[in-house]
Design a protein around this ligand. Structure first.
Ligand code: ADP
Length: 378
C-alpha cells in the first residue's frame, strides 16, 4: 500500500486526482448503493478504497474540507498522522479503530473519528475503509455549559445558606439571651430562606420550560388580558415601591400560547421595570400589532438608569447580572430573563431590549398572531 503522507496544501491544489480511479473498479450498482448510504449518514462520512483513495463522501464532508474529494487521496484533505495511520492500520488488519482529530481551520473543531473496514466492496483483497467524523465541539460546549450552570446554582444556594448558618451560630452563642438580637436575626434568617425559595422556584420553572421546549403551545390567549392581569398582580408591589403601572392594551391581541407562561414573561418584565426603573416615573406596558399585523408586540418600558450596551447581549444568560448587589437587594435571582427567553423560544417569540443610559429601557416581547387569526386574514 502506498500512502502519500507528504501531501500539503499545495499538493491538494496542484495534483488533483479526479480520475475516480477507485470508483471505476466498483460495479455500477455498488457505486449507486454506496452513494445512497453515504448521503444518508448525518455526520461527515468518507469511503476509501484499500489504498486510501476516496470513493465517495457526503455533503457534510464537503462542508468540512471545502471541496469535492472523490478520486483524491485522503491525505490531501486530512493531514493528521493519527487519522492517516489509523486508516492504514484498519485496511491492513481489518480491525475497526477510533481516534481523535483536531481540525484547526474554520475556527477549530474536535472530532472523534470512527474507522471501519468494509470487506468485498471493491472486490479486492484489501478491504475498503469507512471514515465517520463525529463533531465533539458542540457536545463539549454543552457539557461545559451544564457544568457551569451546576457550579453557579450551587454557589447561589451556598450564599444564603452560609448567612443562615452564621445567624444560627450567633443565636446559639453571643445572642443566646438577647431577645432583641434574636428577633433581628430570626427576621434575617427568614429573608435568606425566602431567597432560597425564590431560587428553587426559578430553577424549577426553568427546567419545566426546558422540558416542554419542543411542544408548541396551542391555546388561544389574549395578550391584552395577560398584560392587565399581570399588572394587577403586581399592583401592591408597585405601590410599595412608589411606582405606577400604566397599561395601554388594544383589543383582539390573540396568540397561540400557554397563558400561565405568558403571564410569567409579562410579570418578570414588569417586576424588573419596577425594580430597576425610577420609582416616581412609573412603568408603561403596551400591547399592539406590528405594522404588518402578523405579530403582537408587548412593550414594557421603564425610566430608570438604563443598561450599558455591552451588557445587553448577555442579559438573558442564566445568573448574568449587571450588578449582583443591586439584583440581590431587590430579591433577584438572575434567572428572570433566562426564563423569559426560554418561554419566548417555546412560543416562537423574540425578546428585543433597547436601552438608553440615564433614560430607561424597553423590553419588547413579540410573537406571531394566533394561527386562526392569521388564516382568517388570508
Ligand atoms: P434579576 O433577578 O437579577 O433581576 P433577571 O434575569 O431578571 O435577573 O435580569 C438580569 C439582569 O438584567 C438584572 O440583574 C439587571 O442587572 C438587568 N436588568 C433587567 N431588567 C432591567 C431593567 N428594566 N433595567 C435595568 N437593568 C435591568
Amino acid at each position: 500500500m502506498i500512502w502519500n503522507r507528504q501531501s500539503s496544501d499545495d499538493d491538494a491544489r496542484t495534483q488533483p486526482r479526479n480520475d475516480e480511479a477507485g470508483r471505476s473498479r466498483l460495479q455500477p450498482d455498488t457505486a449507486a448503493i454506496l452513494d445512497a448510504i453515504t448521503r444518508a449518514v448525518p455526520d461527515p462520512f468518507i469511503m476509501l478504497d484499500g489504498s486510501g483513495v476516496i470513493l465517495s463522501h457526503n455533503r457534510q464532508a464537503t462542508e468540512l474540507t471545502g471541496q469535492d474529494m472523490v478520486g483524491q487521496h485522503l491525505s490531501q484533505h486530512i493531514r493528521a498522522p493519527a487519522v492517516l495511520e489509523a486508516t492504514e492500520r484498519v485496511a491492513d488488519s481489518g480491525v475497526p479503530d477510533q481516534v481523535h482529530y483536531e481540525r484547526r481551520t474554520g475556527g477549530g473543531r474536535l472530532f472523534e473519528v470512527f474507522i471501519t473496514p468494509v470487506p468485498a466492496l471493491t472486490g479486492e483483497r484489501v478491504p475498503a475503509v469507512a471514515v465517520l467524523l463525529r463533531d465533539l465541539s458542540t457536545q463539549q460546549q454543552l457539557e461545559k455549559m451544564r457544568a457551569d450552570f451546576v457550579a453557579n446554582a450551587s454557589h447561589e444556594m451556598r450564599t444564603p445558606l452560609a448567612s443562615m448558618t452564621g445567624f444560627i451560630e450567633t443565636l446559639q452563642g453571643s445572642a443566646r439571651n438577647d431577645a432583641k438580637a434574636r428577633e433581628k436575626f430570626l427576621g434575617r434568617m427568614l429573608e435568606q430562606a425566602h431567597r432560597m425559595r425564590r431560587l428553587i422556584d426559578d430553577l424549577l420553572s426553568l427546567s419545566r420550560i426546558e422540558m416542554n421546549l419542543h411542544r408548541t403551545p396551542s391555546d388561544q390567549v389574549d395578550m391584552s388580558e395577560v398584560a392587565r392581569y399581570s399588572a394587577e398582580l403586581l399592583a401592591t408591589r408597585a405601590s410599595e415601591a412608589g411606582c405606577e403601572i400604566r397599561v395601554a392594551a388594544q383589543p383582539g391581541m390573540i396568540v397561540d400560547g400557554e397563558r400561565d407562561e405568558l403571564i410569567q414573561i409579562t410579570q418578570n418584565l414588569i417586576e424588573n421595570a419596577i425594580k430597576y426603573g425610577a420609582s416616581g416615573r412609573g412603568v408603561d406596558v403596551s400591547v399592539s400589532h406590528d405594522t404588518k399585523r402578523v405579530r403582537i408586540e408587548l412593550d414594557v418600558t421603564d425610566y430608570g438608569a438604563g443598561i450599558d450596551a455591552q451588557h445587553l447581549p448577555r442579559l438573558t444568560e442564566r445568573f448574568y447580572r449587571v450588578s449582583v448587589q443591586e439584583s440581590r437587594s431587590g430579591g433577584g435571582t438572575g434567572l428572570g430573563l433566562a426564563i423569559v427567553k426560554h418561554i419566548a423560544l417555546r412560543h416562537r417569540g423574540n425578546l428585543d431590549i433597547t436601552s438608553r443610559k440615564g433614560e430607561g429601557s424597553t423590553f419588547r416581547f413579540t410573537l406571531p398572531v394566533s394561527s386562526e387569526l392569521a388564516k382568517a386574514a388570508e
